[in-house]
Design a protein around this ligand. Sequence first.
Ligand SMILES: Nc1ncnc2c1ncn2[C@@H]1O[C@H](COP(=O)(O)OP(=O)(O)OP(=O)(O)O)[C@@H](O)[C@H]1O
Ligand SMILES: [Mg+2]
Length: 497
Amino acid sequence: MGKMNILPDAKELWKGIGGHFDSLSQVLCEFIDNTISNYRANKVPMKTIRITLNKSRNGNAEVLIEDSGTGIKELDSAFKLGDKEIQESPMNEHGFGFKHALATADPENNNWEVYTRTEDDLDNGVYKYISAPYKYDIESKNISINDKRWPGEFNKTGTIIKFECSMELFNTIQKGIRGRASFSRCLDYLREELGYIYSFIIEQGEITINIISDEIDNGNGQPYNEVVPSIKPNIVDYYKPKNGSIKKDLGGGEVKIDYAFAQVDDNENNIKYYKKNGSSNGLELRINGRIMETNLFKEVWELENHPSYNHYLVQVNLISDNLSALPKTRTSKNGLRVGDKKLDALFNWIRSASKNKPPKQLAGAIHERELVSKLSELKENHLTAPDKHIETEYEVFKSINSPVPVDLYVYDGHNITLYEAKKDIADVKSIYQLLMYWDGAVMDGLKPHKGVLIASEFSDGVDDVIDFINSKKDDDGNDYNFTKTTWKNNNIGYPKP
Ligand SMILES: Nc1ncnc2c1ncn2[C@@H]1O[C@H](COP(=O)(O)OP(=O)(O)OP(=O)(O)O)[C@@H](O)[C@H]1O
Ligand SMILES: [Mg+2]
């Protein structure tokens, strides 16, 4: 036996690497990931990406993605499958992303195009051009801008990916949403999808994503041109350990874990995400801000998902520059690899942090905010002074531009009362919260008359600390005047017997 030639036929290879993605959104994410990676690794003055989608004359969808990054410096490595020499950040993980994406978008391997321009190219008045078909001896052409202008809007360094895909693939944007949406409605869905996947990254100002089309935007009657917003859950409260950040080694070096164990309500602005339902609850896992897995439930808590958990959302964001400290993603980035030890370690931590079981919400369960607005309503009805003023989330410390919201502010025409509310048990910390409200009000030039701690129950020591504070004077020389009371004493039926 001699040496064998097992190099696959390039045409077959292209077919083989296509089909890794379930939707056009996932295809677009590969390009967006690369752009974010490039922005993270380089000082880039404008962090924008423009995605233009139009109907083509022959009934397909035309897609053009343009970024304002540094351009692709090592073109041959970039086009090589599995090349890991030119990773710019952990967002370049496998060396397959954009080739997979192009092979899904253009399975015929006959229409995709890549334009890219580095600082050197810009100085020399040229850009590089690579186009279908993908083959082993693929060539990049140097094109002078005098012969053919740069086909994008940003006249700087950057990269443009262009392809035509079938309407079937375009329509996958609608995946998971019922009905048959128009082209521009699909763009709305895409906007929400991307705003969800990259919400943290958009919020941090790491990228601005624009979606552009000649199609008319139903929202404003103009050609479609929208910025992708950061799509967030409607968090009404937190469960222990609430929200915060810890450092942990999952088995390959330290990572920072940002977490929120949240109670959510429906986000009514959204079509698909954060709807307080069985497909938006459970664990949402991000790596460096980018969504990796969502709606994990059984995997973490070994329990079947159930409507009584619809309100429970755990957001976890793993942050690290070190790829080997992070769980491995699937090559298609639409999930993590099951059986990954780091993922198991993470699930273990989440399980124990949530005391091994997700909290159930009973039908008709009440939020703290609802109790406060009940109280506010009662005050509104009882007080008669024409100049009364009742406000929830009333801000103090306004005078030093560091506003802190007071749960409830009540001015009855004569006196100001400040409320600190706890749905269940109030402890000593709540009194100091109230003390902060009082001092903030004094600093803003107000003269509070009473501070009220309202809760269902009080932990030991609350009375002692209230007495202790009442023996002192505030910054204006007036006595602090704190009391405690229960919801029931205020004619609010909580907790129910
Ligand atoms: N828009 C871009 N700007 C600059 N460089 C880019 C851009 N897109 C791709 N590259 C370069 O091309 C390389 C290959 O990209 P590709 O998406 O195929 O794989 P990858 O990002 O390295 O890994 P993954 O499979 O995880 O996506 C990247 O590592 C990066 O160096
Ligand atoms: Mg990539």
